[in-house]
Design a protein. Structure first.
Lengths: 500, 344
């Protein structure tokens, strides 16, 4: 059903690099008319880069791209859309305060002969457009009042309405409940039957295998294989995604990791049925002193929001947080800090002060411990020097401006903030993201050291390697819920991916 | 996403990097020097000892307001209600003071100390409303203080009902309009407040929090700093400074009436911004504000010494402010550039 003489979209020998980092190497890709093509690969494997090239977001690349047999080179997303290629992003770009009809017609409202918007025609058109997708919704509803699943379909309708023949869906199911996923799939099948081509990017392999005709697997910027979906299973895909039996074995943690849980240590922090809107639901777990608890999940799995909630930056709708056996509510991050919780967010930019010296960066979190009224800069510098020594921060100068340090060293400064007066619980979000091997190893050693001091560490990550290399116990989160716990057993990357 | 730090910087860039990082501090000094040289050359009466005192006295009221405003702007917020709060506080203190018979205001005469305490309470409360609006309700400071400007103006109108009051408590009368050993008290008050604010901002924990909250609010929050408390405190400090300025200004100008101090809003904001304190927060300080005050004072005073159309004066002041804003934003952009060229 997917074959025709010339593919609708054909890409040959595509390469793209960002400042010396090769994101795509010599990738071939083709898409037939009426095909649903799944794209899988780990974070950074190159699938998003390829899609952004197709959608005109990245215009500088090498290789050739043909659309319906004709050579094309898009300079902007506008170009791509004019040529009939539209994209629905993971973060929806609907205008929340406009109505459904206005969103469907965004930027091209029908006007009457006086140049005024023809509201009636717009409402009628939008209703028809949506009905053709099998969606019955009042076009006058404010879009922000609709569930995310419907918002997404309306965005899809808008892309189709602007004349797209190829639609790229980026992680369309990550925020959807199972019935919403079913509805999306039935819409996609309907579109496919009418001859549209769909590229479906997702971490959710079950979803990809269910709806796609063909799947292409990426790893490290290369296309590994393209295969019809019929006759392959999740295990087969995971093996190829992470490179089983290849020389990258030591990098990919295919080996079994023995989890070393600490069942007898005292519990320092617990949550009970913690729930926060759409972000996460019914989260119950406990962290023991001297234990590293890993929480793994895909982007949008709710684990980043959970981490913020543990530090009082976000507030749960229901459920309780318990520290030292007593329920506690954090009004703000200052209250969480007083209770003994520390947090390092995934983005260094939101944790550090680029134009301040190292010692001010590190002391900001503990100023209340070292001074009451008057600052003691000499003490601050002494503390910083001790941390520089301990964490091997380079260059070893407490007066150096933070912005002059490399990323890995900045991450160490972010950790250093909390280490002078050790907290009871340290929550780390993506602690090794974007680090080179050496810096990752340093972070690993620091976390091990904290565990020995009896601190409870929570490591939240979307990278399986990070969780596997740091954690004593692993929780897997999927769409806001804990779906699996690995404790006192051996675990490997493919088992982790299988669970998520 | 995260590129490694660019270790290799062009060697010739050192001086230019220093200049870029210091642009916001250098530019106001150069402006001040240029103005002094220009006016000295244009008018023999400008560069005299007496005239220096004129300049100092003239910038004192705006200086006291600018003290509080410096805290607010360092936090990357703004307070547009300073002049109105100053006006209201001045009127409150006059309202509680016995006025001459010919003043037709239904005022409530109280002992001087009590009148001053009530006036301080009034400006504290107005500042607290700003603080609650900004931090608890979440109204942007620009809009919140715009509303406060109206509220304070309304309080003025209700209390004086179009009349003019003249008397203030003795203490305020002395500090606002008397001198000691040839030095006007108002200059001493202004200078002391600037000095205290400088010490608070530079040497205390609260001051550090102000700079860090202004420099990167999110990072301060993720470091367990009570950001709302710091922002709220800055709004209250700003209102209380404005209140003190307002009381002294009633004594300095000899009357309390509606819309009397409106021009101080622009003067105080200009002083802080012309001095080089970043509108985006976290950079600058009282030192910058002092230079900014002198630029403003010399400009106002100098234009009186040379033959110039008095209507043109307003235009010139506007242009100088615009220039300062351009430098301010440009300096911020240079900073942002060096930030992206550095790691992360």
């Amino acid at each position: 059903m997917t074959s025709s003489e010339t593919p609708l979209l054909e890409m040959v020998g595509i390469s793209k690099s960002f400042g010396g980092v090769q994101a795509l190497r010599d990738v071939d890709f083709s898409l037939a008319e009426g095909e649903i093509h799944g794209l899988v690969g780990e974070n950074g494997a190159g699938k998003s880069t390829l899609m952004k090239i197709i959608a005109g977001v990245h215009s500088g690349f090498t290789g050739s791209m043909r659309l319906a047999g004709k050579e094309v080179h898009f300079r902007s997303a506008r170009d791509a859309l004019d040529a009939g290629i539209g994209m629905v992003h993971q973060e929806l770009s609907t205008a929340r305060d406009l109505t459904v009809a206005e969103n469907v017609y965004l930027g091209k409202q029908p006007v009457n002969r006086f140049g005024l918007v023809n509201w009636r025609a717009m409402a009628r058109g939008a209703r028809e457009q949506l009905a053709s997708l099998g969606i019955a919704v009042d076009p006058k509803t404010r879009i922000g009042d609709l569930p995310v699943g419907l918002q997404q379909l309306i965005e899809l309708a808008r892309v189709l309405f602007s004349g797209a023949r190829i639609v790229i869906l980026d992680e369309p199911t990550s925020a959807l409940s199972p019935p919403e996923v079913e509805r999306l799939f039935s819409v996609l099948k309907r579109l496919k039957a009418s001859g549209l081509s769909i590229i479906f990017i997702s971490h959710f392999l079950d979803d990809i295998l269910k709806v796609s005709d063909t799947v292409t697997i990426f790893r490290n910027g290369r296309k590994i294989v393209t295969s019809p979906t019929a006759g392959i299973d999740k295990g087969w895909v995971i093996e190829r995604m992470i490179g089983a039996g290849h020389q990258e074995l030591e990098e990919s943690y295919l080996g079994q990791i023995a989890l070393d849980s600490q069942p007898n240590a005292p519990v320092v922090m617990e949550t009970s049925h913690l729930t926060s809107g759409r972000d996460f639901r019914d989260i119950t777990f406990s962290v023991r002193g001297g234990e590293v608890l890993g929480i793994y999940g895909f982007m949008g799995g709710g684990q980043l929001e959970l981490a913020r909630t543990l530090f009082g930056r976000m507030h749960p709708d229901s459920g309780t947080l318990i520290m030292d056996g007593k329920p506690i509510r954090f009004r703000n991050t200052a209250a969480a800090k007083r209770a003994g919780v520390a947090f390092v967010p995934e983005s260094r930019r939101s944790m550090l002060f680029h134009h301040e010296p190292l010692y001010k960066n590190a002391s900001i979190a503990i100023l209340d411990r070292i001074s009451r009224l008057w600052l003691k800069p000499a003490t601050e510098r002494t503390i910083m020097r001790a941390q520089i020594e301990k964490l091997r921060i380079r260059p070893p100068n407490p007066n150096m401006l933070l912005g002059n340090l490399s990323g890995g060293n900045q991450q160490k400064v972010a950790l250093a903030k909390w280490l002078t007066y050790p907290p009871k619980v340290l929550v780390l979000s993506e602690p090794t993201r974007g680090m080179d091997v050496g810096a990752k190893d340093d972070v690993l050693k620091i976390v091990r050291g904290l565990r020995e001091q009896g601190i409870g560490v929570v490591v939240v990550s979307t990278e399986p390697e990070t969780v596997l290399s740091l954690a004593d116990r692993i929780l897997v989160m999927k769409k806001g819920e804990i779906v699996k716990e690995f404790a006192s057993e051996t675990v490997s990357k493919d088992r982790l991916l299988e669970a998520a | 996403m995260t590129a490694p730090a660019s270790e290799a910087r062009p060697p010739s860039g050192r001086v230019s990097i220093w200049f870029k990082s210091q642009l916001r501090n250098i530019a106001p000094f150069l402006t001040l020097a240029a103005l002094v040289i220009f006016f000295s050359a244009s008018s023999p009466s400008f560069l005299t000892f007496d005239n220096l005192w004129n300049v100092l006295t003239n910038i004192s009221v705006a200086g006291i307001i600018a003290v509080g405003l410096t805290f607010v702007i360092l936090c990357a917020e703004i307070d547009l209600s300073v002049a109105a709060v100053a006006n209201a506080t001045g009127i409150v203190v006059a309202f509680f003071t016995l006025q001459p018979d010919y003043v037709n205001i239904a005022n409530v005469p109280l002992p001087g100390g009590l009148a001053i305490a009530l006036a301080l309470l009034a400006c504290f409360l107005l500042g607290a409303v700003n603080a609650v609006g900004l931090t608890v309700v979440g109204i942007p400071s620009f809009i919140m203080t715009l509303a406060m400007m109206q509220i304070a103006a309304g309080i003025c109108a209700l209390l004086v009902r179009g009349q003019i009051a003249y008397s203030v408590p003795d203490l305020i009368l002395t500090l606002g309009s008397k001198s000691i050993g040839g030095v006007p008290w108002i200059v001493i008050v202004s200078a002391s407040m600037l000095l205290i604010a400088h010490i608070v901002l530079t040497y205390t924990r609260f001051g550090r929090y102000v700079y860090m909250v202004g420099g990167n609010r999110e990072a301060a929050e993720y470091s367990g700093v009570n950001v709302k408390l710091i922002l709220g405190s800055a709004m209250v400090i700003s209102a209380v400074c404005s209140g003190i300025a307002g009381m002294l200004a009633v004594s300095y100008f000899g009357s309390a009436q509606q819309n009397e101090f409106d021009s101080f809003l622009l003067d105080a904001i200009s002083a802080v911004v012309v001095g080089g304190t970043s509108l985006f927060g976290g950079r600058g300080g009282i030192g910058n504000t002092v230079v900014g005050l002198f630029v403003l004072g010399v400009l106002n005073n100098g234009l009186d010494h040379i033959q110039i159309d008095s209507f043109l004066k307003v235009l010139i002041r506007g242009l100088i402010l615009l220039l300062a804003l351009i430098i301010n934003v440009y300096a911020q952009r240079l900073r942002a550039q060096s930030e992206t060229s550095a790691a992360d």
